[in-house]
Structure formats: C-alpha cells, structure tokens
Design a protein around this ligand. Structure first.
Ligand SMILES: [Cu+2]
Length: 398
C-alpha cells in the first residue's frame, strides 16, 4: 500500500504501554479544536497526503481493555520508570498527572538531573525518570500524547500509590483516573509546567565534553523524492543490497548509500538538513554522538568551525546530550549537527526511525575505521550463502 499508493501508515487505533491500552474515541467537537492542519476523521487523522483515493474508510470503535498499572510498593518515596519507544511513527510527549519527574538517564547513560513535568520520547529513544510520590494516595494518569500533525491521539496508563485496589465500574471495566493533566491532547503544556529541551536538559553525568574540532564533515539532506521514497543520500537505500555479498569485501554491493574514508580514531561531524515537511528521528548505530547544534533556515556555512564563529547561539559545545539518535525538526531548512569519535571499526547503519521513511530508503551505511579493519578471512566468503543476483532496479522497497 505504501509502495504502490504512497499512503503512510500513520493512523493508529491506540497508543499502548507494555502492550496494554484502550481505544478511546474523541468527541467530534474536541477533534474540531485541532483542525488547523485540515479536517480530521473520527480517529483524529488527517486525510493522507498521498493516495487517499486508495484507502478504505476507517472509523473509531471504542474498546474497554485494561490500562497498564504501575503500582508503587509500600514505603517507596520515588518510582524509577524507564520509557522505551519501540513505535514506528508517532513522537510522544509523556507526562504524569499532577506529578513532577526528574530526568536521570537518556539512552542508558546518566544525565544531570532536571525537574520537568513532561518530556519527549522519539522512536528508538530511552528516557529514565524518577517520580517523587508526594501527592495524595490514589491513581494518576500517565499520558502519552502524539506530537505528529497527522493524528490527534493520546495513550493512557496508570501510576498507582501502594495498597490501592483497581477502580472498576459495575461491568468490571477499569476506570480511568480523574487526575489533572499537565498536557493537552496534542502534547502542549497546560499552565506554566515545563517540558524537557533535548539540547539543553540531557547533559551527560558525569560531565563529558565533545571534541573541540572535527576531522571529517558529512552533510545529508533529508528529503521525500516520491510519495513512497525518502532519502538521506543522493538515492534511496535499496533493500535488495542485503541479499548481495557483504559490503565488507564486495565493493559492488555498496552503491550510492555507502560512505567510506572515515578513519579509526577520527572525529566526524554529521550535518542533517531537512528538505521536506516531516520530523525525522535519526539513529546512528555503534557510536553514541553528541548533539551539538540545531537551527532553522538551512545550514548556510561550509562546516561546523565556521558556524561556531558565525552563529554560536545555535550550538552547545560545553555539555550537549550524548545520544543514540538525533532529532531533525519538521519543515524545510531545519538542521541538526552531531559530533562523534570513531572508537572502533564498524560497518555502521544510520537511518530514520519512522518506518515509512526507513522502508522508503532513508538509510545509509558508514564504513567507520575501514583503514584498521583486517581483510575478511577467506573461509567467511564461502559460508552458506545465496548466489541470487537481484535486478539492479532503482527505487525503494525493491
Ligand atoms: Cu525520516
């Protein structure tokens, strides 16, 4: 459907936590309040940008399944919660009704603690928080609001104080908490509560500083080149390359989405620029990278050294976050810069975590430290393999 009609799979029935959740249909009047991007159906979804004429009509059907309940133990003063986003389209803003959260770790590494009432969790992200249990004993909603313009949708689970029973109605249906939210349905902050800022609030702890200079700069423009094609390089990454002999010893398998020449021990800058409307959660495998800068209006400088002189306000070279991924904001001209050191040789994937973008070709391969990789032993080349040679067509999903 996505390949042939360009329909992005972005209209979800529900957002679940640990596999549990409920389909809650929104009041049409409520949906109307969020119509600045166009009319929405009763699932809160916009008409697809491409291929709407090929889609079936979907309607919202309520369900009464249980919510996930996270219950504190007797005597606990804090709950330590790890949030992991294994989803495929919706960036989330997460908040716990009436409670503060202390951000304490990102992608498995400690960060300088910061008190917030909400944080963003993008695809592939891991964020850990400590929640002080200092409110009246009871049930409080843990809310996940989608930040995608394509759909207004919120997931709900329950933070429960010790020794509290399930609250159910006479039909046995678990009741949603009646607590007061810090965020609205699209994740905007209500009143003067604070949301995490990805560039300033996730400083590594203990402190670590990015290298002051870099050896290599790679520039990538994220773009949509057809309804079902998304790129980072000059071409979409072609899925059939995974069936070809490994690029480790076969140059012909590489194609236009493989980048080599990055020396072991060197420092690399990657400049992501946005050429189209969508937000991209990029994930660089193997090495964590410092997210040192971001801005709007395209990256108009030849490299980071020049940008640091001309626009230092766009950079954090003191205590930037050290993450597995990096977010490129929606809209043409947005840019994000990461800096990392190649500490071991690897054939490394870098890709967008939105499934339609990933499948549509938004992937590249970095040959990192290729200069120190020993040649592949001969016996490896003769292990079980296929001699199938796919037709070298150009296009995603082939
Ligand atoms: Cu993307």
């Amino acid at each position: 459907m996505f390949r042939d009609a360009g329909v992005t799979p972005d209209c979800a029935a529900s957002l679940v936590t640990n596999g549990k959740g409920r389909i809650t249909c929104l009041d049409p009047e409520v949906i109307k309040q969020y119509s600045k991007h166009g009319p929405r159906n009763d699932m809160g979804c916009l008409v697809p940008r491409h291929g709407a004429e090929f889609t079936n009509k979907r309607t919202c059907k309520e369900s009464n399944t249980d919510f996930e309940v996270v219950q504190a133990k007797d005597g606990q003063e804090y709950l330590f919660l790890n949030f992991i986003h294994p989803g495929a389209h919706h960036e989330l803003r997460i908040s716990i009704d009436e409670h503060d959260m202390w951000l304490v770790a990102a992608d498995g590494d400690f960060v300088k603690p910061k008190k917030v009432q909400a944080f963003n969790l993008n695809m592939g992200d891991r964020i850990s928080v400590l929640v002080p249990l200092d409110k009246k004993v009871g049930d409080y909603a843990i809310r996940l609001a989608s930040l995608s313009t394509e759909q207004v949708i919120q997931g709900l689970s329950i933070l429960r104080y010790p020794n509290q029973p399930d609250a159910r109605d006479k039909h046995g249906v678990m009741l949603a908490p009646t607590s007061t939210s810090h965020i609205n349905l699209v994740g905007d902050m209500i009143s003067n509560s604070i949301a995490m800022d990805e560039l300033t609030d996730l400083s590594p702890f203990p402190a670590r500083q990015p290298p002051a200079t870099s050896d290599t700069t790679l520039r990538f423009m994220a773009n949509q080149t057809s309804p079902s094609t998304w790129v980072l390089a000059s071409e979409p990454h072609q899925g059939f390359r995974q069936q070809m002999p490994p690029i480790l010893w076969n140059e012909e398998s590489r194609g236009p989405t493989t980048f080599s020449g990055l020396k072991n021990g060197s420092v690399v800058d990657i400049i992501y620029e946005n050429g189209a409307y969508a937000m991209h959660p990029f994930h660089k495998h193997n090495h964590k990278a410092f997210i040192i800068g971001r801005g709007e209006g395209y990256f108009i400088w030849p490299d980071v050294a020049t940008a640091l002189k001309k626009a230092p306000e766009n950079f954090n070279m003191i205590d930037p976050p050290l993450r597995d991924g990096a977010r490129l904001s929606a809209g043409p001209g947005s840019w994000t810069v990461i800096r990392y050191t190649i500490t071991f040789p690897a054939m490394s994937m870098l890709h967008c975590h939105r499934i339609a973008h990933f499948a549509g070709g938004q992937q590249i391969v970095l040959v990192e430290g290729g200069d120190t990789m020993p040649p592949a032993p001969d016996y490896i080349k003769h292990l079980t393999h296929s001699e199938f040679v796919p037709p070298l067509r150009y296009g995603p999903l082939d």
